[in-house]
Design a protein around this ligand. Structure first.
Ligand code: TMP
Length: 197
């Protein structure tokens, strides 16, 4: 089973993904938790762009989309291997992040993103953790804002894209989960949707 946890920076993905992993392991499941961007060398190139103010133009947009997609393609090997060995794979970000972040660049179209992400495993479930942008910013300020993606106006637009994702990826099981509450309540909703008691 491939479970994707998505949402804007500061929405609490990492906490929920780790909690979900622990709970599933305590129930006896083999769980592999991993995240994208995956490779530190590709992530370093990505960070060198998004840490600085840059135009949301076609060149940066396409370059970043391709870097994330290349990283993802390498990551697939490990994900497929774990799934074949019976692990539940929890993925902290997947191509849905490109459909929400890189789509904000001029000249980056859904068609382009679909093409460069077309050969990937489809997830069984996608959980978009939703919190108001102000709540996310408050959390981000505590750990320090490091990239242009963590600015309020940018995150407002990313959040809008996340809320529209169900209409774009109609064939996927996408659930928007309120994460502006106790993490246990979020986990309870996720477990009920994936049918694990
Ligand atoms: P993180 O390692 O701190 O989560 O950094 C990932 C950043 O990269 C985060 O701001 C979201 C962004 N991102 C994209 O813009 N597109 C993608 O496809 C992925 C996987 C992440």
């Amino acid at each position: 089973m491939l479970i994707v946890i998505e949402g804007i920076d500061g929405c609490g993905k990492t906490t929920i993904a780790e909690l979900l992993k622990n709970i599933l392991e305590n129930k006896g499941y083999k769980v592999y938790l991993t995240k994208e961007p995956f490779r530190s060398d590709i992530k370093a190139i990505i960070k060198s762009i998004i840490e600085k103010k840059h135009d949301l133009n076609e060149n940066f947009g396409k370059a970043l989309s391709l870097l994330f997609a290349a990283d993802r393609q390498i990551h697939q090997l490990e994900i497929k291997d774990k799934i074949s060995k019976g692990f539940i794979v929890i993925l902290d970000r997947y191509y849905h992040s490109s459909y929400t972040y890189q789509l904000l660049y001029k000249g980056v179209t859904l068609d382009f993103l679909e093409k460069i992400n077309s050969s990937l495993l489809k997830p069984d479930y996608v959980f978009i953790l939703d919190v108001p942008v102000d709540v996310a910013i408050e959390r981000l300020m505590k750990r320090g804002i490091t990239t242009e993606y963590e600015r309020k106006d940018f995150l407002e637009k990313v959040r809008e894209n996340y809320l529209k994702l169900k209409e774009i990826l109609k064939e996927e099981k996408i659930f928007i989960i309120n994460n502006n509450r106790n993490p246990e309540e979020t986990i309870r909703d996720i477990l009920s949707i994936i049918g694990i008691k």
